[in-house]
Design a protein around this ligand. Structure first.
Ligand code: CMC
Length: 434
Protein backbone atom coordinates (compact mmCIF):
# COMPACT_ATOMS: atom_id res chain seq x y z
CA UNK A 1 0.00 0.00 0.00
CA UNK A 2 1.37 3.42 -0.93
CA UNK A 3 1.78 5.47 2.22
CA UNK A 4 1.89 9.23 2.51
CA UNK A 5 2.42 11.63 5.36
CA UNK A 6 0.37 14.81 5.67
CA UNK A 7 1.61 17.86 7.47
CA UNK A 8 -0.29 21.09 8.00
CA UNK A 9 1.64 24.33 7.56
CA UNK A 10 -0.33 27.44 8.53
CA UNK A 11 -3.58 25.63 7.76
CA UNK A 12 -2.38 24.26 4.41
CA UNK A 13 -2.20 20.46 4.13
CA UNK A 14 0.92 19.18 2.37
CA UNK A 15 1.20 15.55 1.23
CA UNK A 16 4.63 14.01 1.51
CA UNK A 17 5.32 10.68 -0.27
CA UNK A 18 6.71 7.76 1.71
CA UNK A 19 9.51 5.81 0.04
CA UNK A 20 9.37 2.08 0.67
CA UNK A 21 12.49 0.36 2.02
CA UNK A 22 13.30 -3.21 0.89
CA UNK A 23 14.11 -3.93 4.54
CA UNK A 24 13.56 -1.79 7.64
CA UNK A 25 11.92 1.57 8.08
CA UNK A 26 10.25 3.48 5.27
CA UNK A 27 11.28 7.09 4.65
CA UNK A 28 9.24 10.28 4.34
CA UNK A 29 10.47 12.17 1.29
CA UNK A 30 10.70 15.81 2.43
CA UNK A 31 12.50 17.18 -0.64
CA UNK A 32 9.53 19.23 -1.81
CA UNK A 33 9.04 20.88 1.59
CA UNK A 34 11.35 23.76 0.71
CA UNK A 35 8.78 24.93 -1.84
CA UNK A 36 6.47 25.46 1.17
CA UNK A 37 9.11 27.75 2.73
CA UNK A 38 10.14 25.47 5.59
CA UNK A 39 13.12 23.24 6.41
CA UNK A 40 13.28 20.02 8.41
CA UNK A 41 15.48 20.07 11.53
CA UNK A 42 17.41 17.01 12.72
CA UNK A 43 20.82 17.75 14.31
CA UNK A 44 22.91 14.58 14.50
CA UNK A 45 20.61 12.97 11.87
CA UNK A 46 18.63 11.03 14.48
CA UNK A 47 15.61 10.72 12.18
CA UNK A 48 17.16 11.35 8.79
CA UNK A 49 17.99 8.98 5.94
CA UNK A 50 20.63 11.01 4.09
CA UNK A 51 20.67 8.80 0.97
CA UNK A 52 19.42 5.53 -0.49
CA UNK A 53 21.80 2.58 -0.46
CA UNK A 54 21.89 -1.15 -1.22
CA UNK A 55 25.11 -2.02 0.57
CA UNK A 56 24.61 -2.67 4.28
CA UNK A 57 21.50 -3.16 6.42
CA UNK A 58 21.34 -2.79 10.20
CA UNK A 59 18.39 -3.69 12.43
CA UNK A 60 19.56 -2.09 15.65
CA UNK A 61 16.69 -3.41 17.79
CA UNK A 62 17.43 -7.02 16.91
CA UNK A 63 21.24 -6.83 16.60
CA UNK A 64 21.27 -7.62 12.86
CA UNK A 65 24.04 -6.51 10.50
CA UNK A 66 23.98 -7.67 6.86
CA UNK A 67 26.56 -6.86 4.17
CA UNK A 68 24.72 -7.16 0.83
CA UNK A 69 22.25 -9.44 2.65
CA UNK A 70 24.81 -11.75 4.28
CA UNK A 71 24.85 -11.87 8.12
CA UNK A 72 28.04 -10.53 9.71
CA UNK A 73 28.40 -13.65 11.88
CA UNK A 74 28.56 -15.91 8.78
CA UNK A 75 30.99 -13.65 6.97
CA UNK A 76 33.22 -13.23 10.03
CA UNK A 77 33.40 -16.99 10.64
CA UNK A 78 33.44 -18.35 7.09
CA UNK A 79 34.77 -15.69 4.74
CA UNK A 80 37.98 -13.69 4.30
CA UNK A 81 38.40 -9.93 4.25
CA UNK A 82 39.23 -9.80 0.54
CA UNK A 83 36.17 -11.91 -0.26
CA UNK A 84 34.10 -9.42 1.77
CA UNK A 85 35.74 -6.53 -0.12
CA UNK A 86 34.68 -8.19 -3.39
CA UNK A 87 31.16 -8.68 -2.04
CA UNK A 88 30.84 -5.04 -0.93
CA UNK A 89 32.19 -3.65 -4.20
CA UNK A 90 30.32 -5.99 -6.56
CA UNK A 91 27.14 -6.85 -4.64
CA UNK A 92 27.68 -10.63 -4.94
CA UNK A 93 30.08 -13.22 -3.53
CA UNK A 94 32.82 -14.22 -6.01
CA UNK A 95 33.47 -17.60 -7.65
CA UNK A 96 36.82 -19.18 -6.77
CA UNK A 97 38.30 -17.89 -10.06
CA UNK A 98 36.97 -14.38 -9.47
CA UNK A 99 38.32 -14.36 -5.90
CA UNK A 100 41.77 -15.58 -6.95
CA UNK A 101 42.00 -12.94 -9.63
CA UNK A 102 40.76 -10.23 -7.21
CA UNK A 103 43.38 -11.29 -4.64
CA UNK A 104 46.01 -11.08 -7.36
CA UNK A 105 44.84 -7.60 -8.39
CA UNK A 106 45.09 -6.41 -4.77
CA UNK A 107 48.44 -8.09 -4.19
CA UNK A 108 50.01 -6.41 -7.22
CA UNK A 109 48.90 -2.94 -6.04
CA UNK A 110 50.15 -3.23 -2.46
CA UNK A 111 53.55 -1.53 -2.91
CA UNK A 112 53.60 2.23 -2.39
CA UNK A 113 55.42 4.63 -4.69
CA UNK A 114 58.84 5.76 -3.41
CA UNK A 115 57.80 9.44 -3.62
CA UNK A 116 54.98 8.88 -1.19
CA UNK A 117 57.29 7.21 1.31
CA UNK A 118 59.03 10.58 1.74
CA UNK A 119 55.83 12.00 3.26
CA UNK A 120 56.73 10.11 6.42
CA UNK A 121 59.95 12.11 6.76
CA UNK A 122 57.78 15.05 7.84
CA UNK A 123 56.65 13.09 10.91
CA UNK A 124 58.42 12.03 14.09
CA UNK A 125 58.37 8.79 16.10
CA UNK A 126 55.84 10.47 18.39
CA UNK A 127 53.38 11.30 15.60
CA UNK A 128 50.02 9.57 15.95
CA UNK A 129 49.48 6.86 13.28
CA UNK A 130 46.11 8.42 12.39
CA UNK A 131 47.68 11.80 11.63
CA UNK A 132 50.18 10.03 9.34
CA UNK A 133 47.40 7.99 7.68
CA UNK A 134 45.33 11.13 6.98
CA UNK A 135 48.36 12.66 5.28
CA UNK A 136 49.53 9.54 3.41
CA UNK A 137 46.11 8.58 2.01
CA UNK A 138 45.41 12.23 1.07
CA UNK A 139 48.92 12.29 -0.44
CA UNK A 140 47.95 9.49 -2.84
CA UNK A 141 45.80 12.14 -4.55
CA UNK A 142 49.01 13.74 -5.81
CA UNK A 143 49.88 10.50 -7.63
CA UNK A 144 46.39 9.73 -8.93
CA UNK A 145 44.75 12.96 -10.00
CA UNK A 146 45.40 13.97 -13.59
CA UNK A 147 43.42 11.73 -15.88
CA UNK A 148 41.26 10.31 -13.09
CA UNK A 149 37.63 10.52 -14.17
CA UNK A 150 35.33 9.80 -11.23
CA UNK A 151 32.38 9.31 -13.63
CA UNK A 152 34.19 6.44 -15.37
CA UNK A 153 33.30 3.11 -13.67
CA UNK A 154 36.66 1.56 -14.65
CA UNK A 155 38.53 4.46 -13.04
CA UNK A 156 36.44 4.07 -9.88
CA UNK A 157 37.19 0.34 -9.78
CA UNK A 158 40.91 1.01 -10.17
CA UNK A 159 40.69 3.56 -7.33
CA UNK A 160 38.93 1.01 -5.11
CA UNK A 161 41.55 -1.67 -5.80
CA UNK A 162 44.34 0.81 -5.20
CA UNK A 163 42.98 2.00 -1.86
CA UNK A 164 42.19 -1.49 -0.54
CA UNK A 165 45.65 -2.65 -1.63
CA UNK A 166 47.67 0.27 -0.30
CA UNK A 167 45.97 0.91 3.04
CA UNK A 168 47.69 -2.04 4.83
CA UNK A 169 51.06 -0.92 3.45
CA UNK A 170 50.50 2.67 4.59
CA UNK A 171 49.13 1.62 7.99
CA UNK A 172 52.17 -0.63 8.54
CA UNK A 173 54.44 2.28 7.56
CA UNK A 174 52.86 4.47 10.25
CA UNK A 175 53.65 1.75 12.79
CA UNK A 176 57.26 1.35 11.69
CA UNK A 177 57.69 5.13 11.74
CA UNK A 178 56.66 5.18 15.42
CA UNK A 179 59.25 2.44 16.04
CA UNK A 180 61.95 4.26 14.06
CA UNK A 181 62.31 1.18 11.82
CA UNK A 182 62.81 1.02 8.04
CA UNK A 183 59.71 0.17 6.00
CA UNK A 184 59.18 -3.42 4.82
CA UNK A 185 57.75 -4.12 1.38
CA UNK A 186 54.71 -6.43 1.02
CA UNK A 187 55.53 -10.09 0.38
CA UNK A 188 53.62 -11.69 -2.51
CA UNK A 189 53.62 -15.10 -0.78
CA UNK A 190 51.42 -13.79 2.05
CA UNK A 191 47.69 -13.17 2.24
CA UNK A 192 46.23 -9.73 3.05
CA UNK A 193 46.22 -9.91 6.86
CA UNK A 194 49.53 -11.80 6.98
CA UNK A 195 51.09 -9.14 4.80
CA UNK A 196 49.91 -6.36 7.11
CA UNK A 197 51.36 -8.14 10.15
CA UNK A 198 54.59 -8.91 8.28
CA UNK A 199 54.99 -5.27 7.17
CA UNK A 200 54.45 -4.18 10.81
CA UNK A 201 56.49 -6.73 12.73
CA UNK A 202 58.73 -8.48 10.16
CA UNK A 203 62.51 -8.21 10.20
CA UNK A 204 64.46 -6.90 7.23
CA UNK A 205 66.19 -9.75 5.39
CA UNK A 206 64.35 -12.48 7.34
CA UNK A 207 61.67 -14.80 6.02
CA UNK A 208 58.12 -13.76 7.02
CA UNK A 209 57.03 -15.44 10.23
CA UNK A 210 53.35 -14.71 10.90
CA UNK A 211 51.16 -16.84 13.19
CA UNK A 212 48.12 -18.14 11.25
CA UNK A 213 45.96 -17.75 14.39
CA UNK A 214 46.86 -14.11 14.75
CA UNK A 215 46.47 -13.45 11.02
CA UNK A 216 43.02 -15.07 11.14
CA UNK A 217 41.99 -12.93 14.15
CA UNK A 218 43.18 -9.75 12.41
CA UNK A 219 41.40 -10.71 9.17
CA UNK A 220 38.21 -11.23 11.20
CA UNK A 221 38.64 -7.77 12.77
CA UNK A 222 38.91 -6.31 9.25
CA UNK A 223 35.68 -8.08 8.21
CA UNK A 224 33.80 -6.89 11.30
CA UNK A 225 34.77 -3.29 10.52
CA UNK A 226 34.33 -3.42 6.73
CA UNK A 227 31.09 -1.44 6.54
CA UNK A 228 28.40 0.00 8.79
CA UNK A 229 26.01 1.92 6.52
CA UNK A 230 25.78 5.70 6.99
CA UNK A 231 27.98 6.14 10.09
CA UNK A 232 29.86 9.43 10.70
CA UNK A 233 32.95 8.60 8.62
CA UNK A 234 31.00 7.06 5.72
CA UNK A 235 28.68 10.07 5.69
CA UNK A 236 31.79 12.27 5.67
CA UNK A 237 33.08 10.33 2.66
CA UNK A 238 29.74 10.78 0.89
CA UNK A 239 29.65 14.48 1.74
CA UNK A 240 33.23 15.18 0.66
CA UNK A 241 32.75 12.97 -2.41
CA UNK A 242 29.60 14.87 -3.38
CA UNK A 243 31.79 17.88 -4.21
CA UNK A 244 33.48 15.70 -6.89
CA UNK A 245 36.76 15.89 -4.97
CA UNK A 246 39.65 13.51 -5.64
CA UNK A 247 38.69 10.15 -4.01
CA UNK A 248 42.01 9.75 -2.19
CA UNK A 249 41.46 13.16 -0.53
CA UNK A 250 37.86 12.11 0.16
CA UNK A 251 39.07 8.97 2.00
CA UNK A 252 41.43 11.14 4.03
CA UNK A 253 38.37 13.10 5.20
CA UNK A 254 36.78 9.77 6.22
CA UNK A 255 39.90 8.86 8.20
CA UNK A 256 39.75 12.19 10.06
CA UNK A 257 36.11 11.57 11.01
CA UNK A 258 36.86 8.02 12.13
CA UNK A 259 39.64 9.16 14.47
CA UNK A 260 37.25 10.70 17.05
CA UNK A 261 36.70 8.78 20.33
CA UNK A 262 32.93 8.74 19.76
CA UNK A 263 33.56 6.74 16.57
CA UNK A 264 36.62 4.67 15.56
CA UNK A 265 38.88 6.19 18.20
CA UNK A 266 36.81 4.41 20.87
CA UNK A 267 38.93 1.22 20.66
CA UNK A 268 41.98 3.19 21.73
CA UNK A 269 39.95 5.02 24.38
CA UNK A 270 38.69 1.70 25.84
CA UNK A 271 42.23 0.55 26.54
CA UNK A 272 43.16 3.95 27.99
CA UNK A 273 40.10 3.73 30.24
CA UNK A 274 40.85 0.15 31.39
CA UNK A 275 44.45 1.18 32.09
CA UNK A 276 43.20 4.15 34.11
CA UNK A 277 40.81 1.95 36.12
CA UNK A 278 43.84 -0.34 36.63
CA UNK A 279 42.30 -2.37 39.46
CA UNK A 280 39.05 -4.31 39.78
CA UNK A 281 38.37 -2.52 43.09
CA UNK A 282 37.94 0.79 41.21
CA UNK A 283 35.37 -0.39 38.65
CA UNK A 284 32.31 0.76 40.58
CA UNK A 285 33.83 4.23 41.06
CA UNK A 286 34.15 4.53 37.23
CA UNK A 287 30.64 3.20 36.61
CA UNK A 288 29.35 5.88 39.00
CA UNK A 289 31.37 8.53 37.13
CA UNK A 290 29.78 7.40 33.85
CA UNK A 291 26.29 7.78 35.38
CA UNK A 292 27.03 11.23 36.83
CA UNK A 293 25.48 13.90 34.56
CA UNK A 294 27.91 16.51 35.92
CA UNK A 295 30.88 14.39 34.84
CA UNK A 296 31.68 14.24 31.09
CA UNK A 297 33.21 10.74 31.52
CA UNK A 298 31.51 7.96 29.52
CA UNK A 299 32.18 4.25 29.57
CA UNK A 300 34.14 3.88 26.34
CA UNK A 301 33.08 0.91 24.25
CA UNK A 302 29.51 1.20 25.53
CA UNK A 303 26.47 2.48 23.65
CA UNK A 304 25.63 2.90 20.02
CA UNK A 305 23.41 5.20 17.99
CA UNK A 306 21.82 2.28 16.15
CA UNK A 307 22.22 -0.89 18.27
CA UNK A 308 19.75 -0.82 21.14
CA UNK A 309 19.86 -4.51 22.06
CA UNK A 310 23.32 -5.81 21.30
CA UNK A 311 26.05 -5.16 18.75
CA UNK A 312 26.42 -8.39 16.73
CA UNK A 313 30.01 -7.42 15.93
CA UNK A 314 30.76 -7.27 19.67
CA UNK A 315 29.43 -10.83 20.11
CA UNK A 316 31.78 -12.20 17.42
CA UNK A 317 34.60 -10.02 18.74
CA UNK A 318 34.14 -11.29 22.30
CA UNK A 319 34.39 -14.94 21.13
CA UNK A 320 37.42 -14.15 18.99
CA UNK A 321 39.03 -12.27 21.89
CA UNK A 322 38.77 -15.32 24.17
CA UNK A 323 40.06 -17.63 21.40
CA UNK A 324 43.11 -15.40 20.82
CA UNK A 325 43.87 -15.06 24.53
CA UNK A 326 43.61 -18.86 25.01
CA UNK A 327 45.72 -19.58 21.95
CA UNK A 328 48.41 -17.14 23.02
CA UNK A 329 48.15 -18.16 26.68
CA UNK A 330 47.64 -14.50 27.63
CA UNK A 331 46.16 -13.86 31.06
CA UNK A 332 45.45 -10.17 30.72
CA UNK A 333 44.36 -8.34 33.89
CA UNK A 334 42.72 -5.72 31.64
CA UNK A 335 40.42 -8.43 30.24
CA UNK A 336 39.36 -9.33 33.78
CA UNK A 337 38.64 -5.66 34.45
CA UNK A 338 36.72 -5.44 31.14
CA UNK A 339 34.59 -8.50 31.92
CA UNK A 340 33.76 -7.31 35.43
CA UNK A 341 33.07 -3.78 34.18
CA UNK A 342 30.68 -5.15 31.57
CA UNK A 343 28.85 -7.28 34.18
CA UNK A 344 28.53 -4.45 36.72
CA UNK A 345 27.44 -1.87 34.14
CA UNK A 346 24.84 -4.15 32.57
CA UNK A 347 23.18 -4.73 35.95
CA UNK A 348 22.65 -0.99 36.50
CA UNK A 349 19.31 0.66 35.73
CA UNK A 350 21.15 3.60 34.10
CA UNK A 351 22.58 1.36 31.37
CA UNK A 352 19.48 -0.88 31.06
CA UNK A 353 17.09 2.08 30.63
CA UNK A 354 19.29 3.74 28.02
CA UNK A 355 19.95 0.43 26.21
CA UNK A 356 23.70 0.82 26.53
CA UNK A 357 25.56 -2.41 25.64
CA UNK A 358 29.21 -3.10 24.85
CA UNK A 359 29.98 -2.26 21.23
CA UNK A 360 32.66 -3.76 18.97
CA UNK A 361 35.34 -1.47 20.33
CA UNK A 362 34.99 -2.89 23.82
CA UNK A 363 36.61 -6.23 22.88
CA UNK A 364 38.58 -5.40 19.73
CA UNK A 365 41.10 -3.38 21.73
CA UNK A 366 41.84 -6.24 24.12
CA UNK A 367 42.33 -8.65 21.21
CA UNK A 368 44.67 -6.24 19.44
CA UNK A 369 46.60 -5.65 22.65
CA UNK A 370 47.03 -9.43 23.16
CA UNK A 371 48.35 -9.71 19.61
CA UNK A 372 51.01 -7.14 20.48
CA UNK A 373 49.61 -4.18 18.57
CA UNK A 374 50.16 -0.88 20.41
CA UNK A 375 47.09 1.10 21.43
CA UNK A 376 47.91 4.02 19.15
CA UNK A 377 47.54 1.69 16.13
CA UNK A 378 44.02 0.49 16.98
CA UNK A 379 42.14 3.14 15.00
CA UNK A 380 44.53 2.70 12.07
CA UNK A 381 43.42 -0.94 11.98
CA UNK A 382 39.78 0.14 12.05
CA UNK A 383 40.64 2.42 9.08
CA UNK A 384 42.16 -0.51 7.22
CA UNK A 385 39.02 -2.57 7.79
CA UNK A 386 36.60 0.25 6.88
CA UNK A 387 38.29 1.26 3.60
CA UNK A 388 36.16 -1.09 1.39
CA UNK A 389 32.98 0.29 2.99
CA UNK A 390 33.94 3.92 2.32
CA UNK A 391 34.98 3.25 -1.25
CA UNK A 392 31.84 1.19 -1.94
CA UNK A 393 29.59 4.02 -0.71
CA UNK A 394 31.55 6.57 -2.73
CA UNK A 395 31.19 4.36 -5.81
CA UNK A 396 27.47 3.79 -5.16
CA UNK A 397 26.88 7.54 -4.90
CA UNK A 398 28.74 8.29 -8.13
CA UNK A 399 27.02 5.48 -10.05
CA UNK A 400 23.67 7.30 -9.98
CA UNK A 401 22.55 10.93 -10.14
CA UNK A 402 23.41 12.79 -6.92
CA UNK A 403 23.50 16.31 -5.57
CA UNK A 404 26.24 18.09 -3.65
CA UNK A 405 25.50 17.63 0.08
CA UNK A 406 24.53 21.09 1.25
CA UNK A 407 22.41 21.18 4.43
CA UNK A 408 20.71 24.36 5.68
CA UNK A 409 20.31 25.61 9.27
CA UNK A 410 17.95 26.92 11.90
CA UNK A 411 19.50 30.39 12.20
CA UNK A 412 19.56 31.84 15.72
CA UNK A 413 22.11 34.68 15.33
CA UNK A 414 21.48 38.39 15.00
CA UNK A 415 19.57 39.95 12.13
CA UNK A 416 21.02 42.66 9.91
CA UNK A 417 22.70 45.52 11.80
CA UNK A 418 24.99 48.40 10.86
CA UNK A 419 28.74 48.44 11.33
CA UNK A 420 29.86 51.03 13.91
CA UNK A 421 33.19 52.78 14.09
CA UNK A 422 35.52 51.15 16.67
CA UNK A 423 35.92 54.55 18.51
CA UNK A 424 32.24 54.81 19.30
CA UNK A 425 31.47 51.09 19.57
CA UNK A 426 29.55 50.01 22.67
CA UNK A 427 31.36 46.78 23.59
CA UNK A 428 29.49 44.23 25.62
CA UNK A 429 31.01 43.47 29.07
CA UNK A 430 31.24 39.74 28.19
CA UNK A 431 33.21 40.46 25.05
CA UNK A 432 35.50 42.93 26.86
CA UNK A 433 36.96 40.11 29.00
CA UNK A 434 38.12 38.12 25.94
N1 CMC B 1 28.54 5.93 29.04
C1 CMC B 1 27.63 6.56 29.81
N2 CMC B 1 26.49 7.10 29.35
C2 CMC B 1 26.24 7.00 28.03
C3 CMC B 1 27.13 6.36 27.15
C4 CMC B 1 28.32 5.81 27.70
N3 CMC B 1 29.20 5.18 26.92
N4 CMC B 1 26.65 6.40 25.88
C5 CMC B 1 25.48 7.06 25.95
N5 CMC B 1 25.23 7.43 27.25
C6 CMC B 1 24.02 8.09 27.76
C7 CMC B 1 24.01 9.57 27.41
O1 CMC B 1 24.60 10.33 28.44
C8 CMC B 1 22.53 9.84 27.26
O2 CMC B 1 21.98 9.91 28.57
P1 CMC B 1 20.70 10.91 28.83
O3 CMC B 1 19.58 10.37 27.97
O4 CMC B 1 20.45 10.80 30.29
O5 CMC B 1 21.14 12.27 28.40
C9 CMC B 1 22.01 8.56 26.62
O6 CMC B 1 22.92 7.52 27.05
C10 CMC B 1 21.96 8.59 25.09
O7 CMC B 1 23.25 8.97 24.65
P2 CMC B 1 23.53 9.84 23.34
O8 CMC B 1 24.87 10.49 23.46
O9 CMC B 1 22.35 10.73 23.09
O10 CMC B 1 23.55 8.72 22.21
P3 CMC B 1 24.15 8.84 20.77
O11 CMC B 1 23.44 7.88 19.93
O12 CMC B 1 24.16 10.27 20.32
O13 CMC B 1 25.70 8.41 20.94
C11 CMC B 1 27.64 7.07 21.11
C12 CMC B 1 26.19 7.15 20.64
C13 CMC B 1 28.28 5.80 20.55
C14 CMC B 1 28.44 8.28 20.58
C15 CMC B 1 27.66 7.08 22.65
O14 CMC B 1 26.97 5.93 23.16
C16 CMC B 1 29.09 7.09 23.22
O15 CMC B 1 29.66 8.18 23.36
N6 CMC B 1 29.69 5.89 23.54
C17 CMC B 1 31.05 5.82 23.98
C18 CMC B 1 31.99 5.92 22.78
C19 CMC B 1 32.02 4.64 21.95
O16 CMC B 1 32.14 3.54 22.47
N7 CMC B 1 31.94 4.83 20.61
C20 CMC B 1 32.05 3.71 19.66
C21 CMC B 1 30.79 3.45 18.92
S1 CMC B 1 30.87 1.86 18.09
C22 CMC B 1 32.08 2.06 16.87
C23 CMC B 1 31.54 2.79 15.70
O17 CMC B 1 30.67 2.23 15.00
O18 CMC B 1 31.99 3.92 15.46
Amino acid sequence: MTQKVQIIIDGKTVDLPVLEASNGLNVVDVRELISEGIYTYDPGFLSTAACDSSVTYIDGDNGVLLYRGYPIEQLANQSSHLEVCFLLLNGELPSQTQLSSFEQEIQSRMPVDDHLQHIFEGFTEHSHPMSMLCAAVGGLASLYHDGLDIYNADHRRETALNLIAKIPTLAAMTYRKTKGEAFLAPDPSLNYAENFLHMCFGKEGERPNVSPTIAHAVDQIFILHADHEQNASTSTVRMAGSTEANPYAVMSAGIAALWGPSHGGANEAVLDMLGEIADESRIEEYVEKAKDKDDPFRLMGFGHRVYKNFDPRATVMQESCHAVLNELGVDDPLLRIAQKLERIAREQDYFIERKLYPNIDFYSGITLKAIGIPTSMFTAIFTLGRMPGWITHWDEMLSAPFKIARPRQLFLGPGKRDYTDIKIRNVDENLRSH
